[in-house]
Ligand binder design. Structure first.
Ligand code: PLP
Length: 378
């Protein structure tokens, strides 16, 4: 049996007619830039995120970049974040001319360790970007406390965590702004690139709206330099069809995660830790396993999708050599990059597929020469 890491065709089959009708409606209208579909999606995603405003943008990456630009972050500034994330988080900091400053993660949640942040604050620090990795939000209370004390912006990278919650509060609603991605592999994915910024700050909302259209307001009068960061209405129309299903889809992912948790209990495989403060949307189901690289290869050979998110932490990336600052040891991020493995957890998985994945992983864990995970993690 083949089980892909993600099966977009399975999801599309359940909504195909509605999607085609929605795309056709946009094409018939020939409103090809912004317009009512983008405005409606902005309202819905803002409401879902307990925020007042949403700004549709061209990608999750551009959501981060436009947010940093709107907050006037640039050369001479420092932004504190995690090294254990998708490249875009740190890449956007660099692109503004600011310096990415990396602090280590919590080894259980893989999210930034709030206890490590304050030591990284200098008089150049302007913002913190907590990344809600794999669908689980960061421990936001201590992060917001540090931000308040030092007068820092907080940009939530919620690309993997739309609609997730922390102490009953939604991703994107706690920081200065929240950034989401509609990349097809995210829980709410378009048919291409897309993203959204949410905020409760009316003045910042206005700046963000201008920022995504070259900083212009009114048209052809530019107060500052922005970019073309607009979300396409065709994407918005497709996302509006998908949005009502997001709750059920995330519930399906949680159900599959619970199945794996049970299957892997007492196997020596480390299953994900979800804080009692959090409801995760399981964008990824990520285990730790010794002999990880051999397991991934064997799984792929058997036709089971498995991927490493992420194999090289940001402070070890060639492009950041001499262009970032590391505060303290980043050993937990380095260990995570050597031992994590994400398995198929998408909502359309069948029980047969779940059984197949669990069986393959368990068999490989016992048949390969695997030292105990605790030794690997030393
Ligand atoms: C996907 C992702 C992004 C970037 O989103 P794109 O829409 O692909 O540009 C940023 N941060 C994290 C953590 C992501 O997972």
């Amino acid at each position: 049996m083949k089980v892909p890491l993600l099966d977009l065709k399975a999801q599309y089959a359940t909504i195909k007619d509605e999607v085609l009708a929605a795309v056709s409606e946009v094409l018939d209208s020939q409103v090809c830039i912004l317009g009512p579909k983008v405005a409606e999606l902005e309202q819905r995603v803002a409401a879902l995120s307990d925020c007042q405003f949403g700004v549709g943008v061209s990608s999750g990456t551009d959501a981060l970049l436009a947010s940093l630009m709107a907050l006037n972050i640039g050369p001479g500034d420092e932004v504190i974040t995690t090294p254990f994330t998708f490249f875009a988080t740190a890449g956007c900091i660099s692109r503004t001319g600011a310096l990415p400053v990396f602090v280590d993660i919590d080894p259980c949640t893989y999210n930034v360790d709030p206890a490590k942040i304050e030591a990284a604050v200098t008089d150049r620090t302007k913002a913190i970007i907590p990344v809600h990795l794999y669908g689980q939000m960061c421990d936001m209370d201590p992060i917001m406390e540090i931000a308040k004390k030092h007068n820092l912006f907080v940009i939530e990278d919620g690309a993997q965590a739309i609609s997730a919650s922390y102490k009953g509060r939604k991703a994107g609603s706690i920081g200065t702004v929240g950034c989401f991605s509609f990349f097809p592999s995210k829980n709410l994915g378009g048919a291409g690139d897309g993203g959204m910024i949410v905020t409760n700050d009316p003045a910042l909302h206005e700046r963000l709206v201008a920022m995504r259209a070259h900083g212009s307001k009114p048209k052809y009068y530019h107060k500052f330099v922005g970019g073309n960061f607009r979300l396409d209405p065709i994407q918005a129309a497709i996302l509006l069809v998908k949005l009502p299903h997001l709750g059920d889809w995330s519930e399906g992912r949680r159900r599959h995660a619970a199945f794996y948790d049970k299957a892997f209990a007492a196997s020596g495989i480390q299953t994900p830790t979800v804080s009692p403060d959090c409801i995760s949307i399981f964008n990824q189901y990520t285990i730790r396993i010794s002999n990880r690289d051999a397991v991934v290869q064997a799984l792929k050979q058997e036709g089971v999708g498995a991927e490493i998110y992420y194999p090289l932490p940001m402070h070890e990336q060639e492009c950041f050599a001499g262009k970032c600052r590391v505060v303290g040891s980043l050993i937990e991020s380095e260990k995570a990059s050597r031992s994590v493995l994400s398995l198929p957890v998408y909502p359309e998985l069948t029980q047969d597929q779940l059984d197949c994945v669990a069986h393959s992983v368990l068999q490989l864990a016992s048949s390969l020469e695997c030292p105990p995970l605790s030794e690997v993690l030393q």
